[in-house]
Design a protein around this ligand. Structure first.
Ligand code: NAP
Length: 503
């Protein structure tokens, strides 16, 4: 059977690219063709941005609670299709089905949360220093938002961006990752079914170098919300600065789990396995370093290696699979290059360290869960994002040293501490400099009601993913003063209201 050809979605219509070219999306577990997509060009981007700009004038005036009802409707349709979308997610991206269903659930959660925000969108109302005067600030939408998203959370991450953008009254042009475009197409069908007006949500597929680049450069795009690698994020930021447009960046990580000598070791191992090898290590919050107290290192490493050696690789749709493929062969090659780098740097490959090619695995892009021992905190494998099932073990002699190693990378997304000492937990809460910190849990597991994001090379100060602060990324603040005294009142000058002048 021929795979379906999908189209761009511009101004409420499904249209082919003006380029006349297409590309394909394949299952990383076995090469199955998932779909054929439009390889769009600059003209398609212009069409989509124009549609979003035209729709903006009406959409921004549509009351926020009504905008929110449409978002809530998306959550209902998505919930009804959760299983179907989860299975497609496993086929197109590779993560095992329970994680794929979690990815979809996160979008449902975000839709419900942002639908609630439609009846709040809190502004500020504060006392004026002058009598008979109101002082307040309200949220205004920005205009056209370009959402550029990665493949590793192909449903959840776009939801983090698009629902807050939309509830605030912005319109959206979405450019999904080229490894997971079919999921984006199916998601747009859900927006359509929910009843979004034409032009409010537009979809353009195609390469980052063309579609992404044109969106970032486009003068009518007011905000670029980007999640992806730090190198591309930096380039996006530099280019967007030419037009002084707002840019929200969520980028790479080099996250650590610190395990102290008083920790519950078995609990720590469960957290490490889940954080390092879940999603085949392809989460921005994945644990890629363990910083373990030297007094318990041997016990932890022995138990961990025994546990990891039993992990079952395979197609994520099979109930027996614990670790799915990595996204494509290029990613597997990059992971293997880091294994070679680890060896050259003097680390020991404790387990794994090669492509996984047994039986059916040979048809896909699989890499063995890998642990490097005797890693120094300055080695490249301890500093650079590998984005695969590769874990470095670093030893430390105190909590202070663990935190120092944790904080000294160019990234700052997530960290975790296993300890049974409440004082140590609070020291870490004070001194760890990542955007997320977990105590006695792994490095992954964010919930939509709190901010998500990182410091240093992980982000540029904005937060996405949740909590009310996310609205600040997608709004302009407009401050309004209303003087109903009927006379000229000068702030900072006519302030002597105690001398009988209050009217
Ligand atoms: P990526 O290669 O940087 O791509 C991300 C997105 O940017 C894709 O849609 C890509 O399109 C597009 N793009 C590529 N070149 C571009 C350009 N010149 N201008 C504009 N857009 C461009 O990252 P990825 O491999 O998809 O994702 C993995 C990375 O994302 C990791 O570093 C991971 O840590 C990070 N991540 C961070 C978070 C977070 O919240 N901090 C969450 C998830 C992932 P194409 O697909 O067409 O190339």
């Amino acid at each position: 059977m021929l795979a379906q050809e999908y189209k761009n979605h511009i101004n409420g219509k499904w249209v082919v690219s003006r380029s006349g070219k297409t590309f394909s999306s394949r299952n990383p577990a076995n090469g199955e063709l998932i779909g054929t997509l439009q390889l769009s060009d600059a003209q398609d981007v212009n069409d989509a941005v124009d549609a979003a700009q035209n729709a903006f004038e009406k959409w921004r005036k549509y009351p926020a609670p009504k905008r929110a009802e449409l978002i809530y409707r998306v959550s209902e349709v998505l919930r009804a299709r959760k299983q179907e979308m989860g299975e497609l997610l496993t086929r197109e991206m590779g993560k095992v089905l329970p994680e794929a269903l979690g990815d979809v659930q996160e979008a449902i959660d975000m839709a419900m949360y942002m639908a609630g925000e439609g009846r709040r969108l809190n502004g500020m109302l504060v006392p004026s220093e002058l009598p008979s005067k109101w002082a307040m600030a309200v949220r205004d939408p920005l205009g056209v938002v370009a959402a550029i998203t990665p493949w590793n959370f192909p449903i959840a991450i776009p939801a983090w961006k698009m629902f807050p953008a939309l509830v605030c009254g912005n319109t959206v042009v979405w450019k999904p990752a080229s490894d997971t475009p079919v999921l984006a197409e199916r998601m747009i069908e859900i927006y359509e079914e929910a009843g979004f007006p034409p032009g409010v949500v537009n979809l353009i597929t195609g390469s980052g170098g063309v579609v992404g680049d044109c969106l970032v450069a486009h003068p009518k795009v007011r905000l670029v919300t980007f999640t992806g690698s730090t190198d591309i994020g930096r380039a996006v930021s530099i280019q967007a600065a030419q037009n002084l447009k707002r840019v929200s960046l969520e980028m790479g990580g080099k996250n650590a789990i610190m395990v102290m000598d008083d920790a519950d070791i078995d609990l720590a191992i469960e957290g490490i396995v889940w954080s390092a090898f879940g999603t085949s290590g392809q989460r921005c919050t994945a644990c890629s370093r363990i910083i373990v107290h030297e007094a318990i290192k041997k016990e932890l490493v022995d138990k961990l290696a025994a546990r990891v050696s039993k992990l079952r690789l395979g197609d994520g749709l099979l109930a027996t699979t614990e670790v799915g493929p990595v996204i494509n062969n290029k990613a597997a090659q990059k992971i293997h290059e880091y294994t070679e780098i680890a060896k050259q740097e003097g680390a020991t490959v404790l387990i794994g360290g090669d492509y996984a090619t047994d039986g059916e695995l040979a048809k896909g892009s699989f890499y063995q869960p890998t642990i490097f021992d005797n890693v120094l905190p300055t080695m490249r494998v301890a500093q650079e994002e590998i984005f695969g099932p590769s874990l470095s073990v670093i030893s430390c002699n105190s909590l202070e040293q663990a935190i120092e190693y944790n904080n000294h990378t160019n990234f700052g997304l997530s960290a975790s501490l296993y300890t049974s000492d409440v004082n140590r937990a609070f020291e870490a809460m004070r001194d760890v400099t990542t955007g997320l910190l977990y105590i006695n849990a792994g490095t992954i597991g964010s919930e939509v009601q709190l901010p998500f994001g990182g410091t240093r090379g992980t982000g540029n100060g904005h937060r996405e993913g949740g909590g009310p602060v996310v609205l600040d990324t997608f709004c302009e603040w407009k401050t309004i003063y209303v003087d109903y005294s009927g006379r000229l009142q000068r702030a900072q000058i006519d302030t002597d209201t105690l001398a009988g002048k209050i009217k």
